[in-house]
Structure formats: structure tokens, C-alpha cells
Design a protein around this ligand. Structure first.
Ligand code: DQA
Length: 148
């Protein structure tokens, strides 16, 4: 199956960005580990990081036309602001998992609300780069259940 891994704004800075909150791994390292994990499970991975809301919305639309089976997304700051991202995910009706490196509920009040969580299959947060591993593991498990 085909899994799309989306990274929202500022995640291109991972490794140097507030490492006490987000950890030391770079986005390239996270993508490489994700690639290995999907490969080992016999799935195909596509990734995109963008700082632009419109690029993320358009990538989600494209996913519907390129038979993406599952989306794993760290919407970053757009988690807390973007009705457009919510509507795009609802519009394509591709199952998705929301993930965060940090635990947004242990941080500022403006990070406590997500526009996506109630539409997600599930949400993983608080484990640093390992959140990606856990979210992909859950996505792979969901795909296995769907094909039975
Ligand atoms: C984040 C949490 C968001 O609140 C923040 O805006 C980010 C990263 C995380 O992965 O912990 O950019 O999504």
C-alpha cells in the first residue's frame, strides 16, 4: 500500500530547532527511518515537508488521485489554526493519523486544540522522533486490518 507522510511548517529545522522540545534528529533522519520502516513492512512511502498551507492542501488533494491509502501527518503549527487542512483531509476521506514530537497538552494553552484530532484514526504525541515510528507502526497495522 501507499503511505503519505506529511510534515508541516518549521519541521525542516528539526535537529537545530528547540532541541530540548523536539529532539536532535533531523528531518532527513526521520524520513530515512520512516522509509526503512515502510519498506520492511512492504509498503511504499512518499514524504513532503512544506511551510506553506496551500502546498499541504494540494498534496492532500493529489493523494486522492494517486491512490494513497493512508496519511500520517505532523501538521505542526497548522494543527492549531488550519480549517483548510481539516477540510482537505475530510474532503479526500483518506484515513490519517496525526502526530506530534512534543506533547501539546503539556505546553501553551493555544496548542491544546487541534482542528484535526476528531477526524483522525488516532493521535500520537510526546515521544520525540519516536512518535513517527509509533504513528507509522499504527498506520501499517491499520492497513493490515483493512486488507483482511
Ligand atoms: C508540533 C507541535 C506544534 O504545537 C508546533 O507548532 C510544532 C510541532 C510537534 O511535533 O510537537 O511545530 O507539531
Amino acid at each position: 500500500a501507499k503511505i503519505l507522510l506529511l510534515h508541516g511548517p518549521n519541521l525542516n529545522l528539526l535537529g537545530s530547532r528547540e532541541p530540548h522540545i523536539y529532539g536532535a534528529a533531523t528531518l532527513a533522519e526521520i524520513n530515512q527511518a520512516a522509509e526503512r520502516q515502510c519498506d520492511a513492512a512492504g509498503h511504499q512511502l512518499e514524504t513532503l515537508q512544506s511551510n506553506s498551507e496551500s502546498a499541504l492542501v494540494e498534496r492532500i488533494h493529489l493523494a486522492a488521485n494517486t491512490s494513497v491509502d493512508f496519511i500520517v501527518i505532523n501538521p505542526a503549527a497548522y494543527t492549531h489554526t488550519s480549517v483548510a487542512l481539516r477540510d482537505a483531509l475530510a474532503g479526500v476521506a483518506i484515513p490519517f493519523i496525526e502526530l506530534h514530537l512534543s506533547n501539546p497538552h503539556a505546553r501553551e494553552a493555544f496548542r491544546h486544540h487541534s482542528y484535526l484530532s476528531d477526524l483522525a484514526r488516532g493521535v500520537v504525541y510526546g515521544f520525540g522522533p519516536h512518535s513517527y515510528t509509533l504513528a507509522l507502526q499504527a498506520a501499517i497495522h491499520q492497513l493490515g486490518m483493512a486488507s483482511q
